[in-house]
Design a protein around this ligand. Structure first.
Ligand SMILES: [Zn+2]
Length: 179
């Protein structure tokens, strides 16, 4: 028998002894002990209700924490994806703004040629000359295809192009003349 059981048994004994007495001789202390025991029972019930509420709140908190963590990890994933997309976009912008002429096969072939670009200072025409041998073409060798000027009065530029001349000439152009 533990203390609690001994206490209950003692109260029970006192109670029966008390009940056996005439009403005027009954002990108010034993009535008070009854009240205390009822109140203690009420306290125990309230305590167990509070414990359940605490447990529920703790579970709710754990669930909220789990959701917050999940949200944070989804955000981190999205951030990373956005960062990768930004890098890809920047890379494609860099490619697009590189100087020079780009052909569809450019990145996939070792084939190269040059494009001579010229401005005729007599008639102001700008024109292109694709060539495998750019060293052969200078302002002294060029003829203006518009005015026929051949006095060296040209501004001249040069591009190295990755790809094939046939991608530029004819490329996908409309055919308009033959001998
Ligand atoms: Zn010209």
């Amino acid at each position: 028998m533990n203390d609690k059981e001994r206490f209950r048994a003692a109260i029970e004994t006192l109670r029966s002894v008390n009940k056996a007495l005439p009403v005027e001789q009954r002990s108010p202390a034993i009535n008070a002990a009854d009240t205390v025991e009822r109140f203690a029972g009420e306290l125990r019930r309230q305590s167990s209700v509070l414990k359940r509420e605490i447990e529920t709140t703790r579970n709710d908190l754990a669930e909220m924490k789990r959701r917050v963590n999940q949200g944070a990890s989804e955000l981190a994933t999205q951030d990373q994806r956005a960062e990768e997309q930004r890098k890809e976009f920047e890379q494609s912008l860099r490619e697009a703004f590189k100087p020079g002429i780009r052909l569809p096969s450019g990145a996939r072939t070792d084939a190269k040629f040059a494009v001579i670009k010229a401005k005729c200072l007599a008639c102001s025409l700008h024109f292109l000359l694709p060539t495998w041998d750019p060293e052969r073409h200078t302002n002294d060798t060029l003829h203006c295809p518009e005015c026929g000027q051949h006095d060296g009065a040209f501004l001249v530029w040069r591009d190295e192009v990755h790809g094939f001349i046939f991608e530029l000439v004819p490329g996908r152009s409309q055919f308009i003349g033959h001998p």
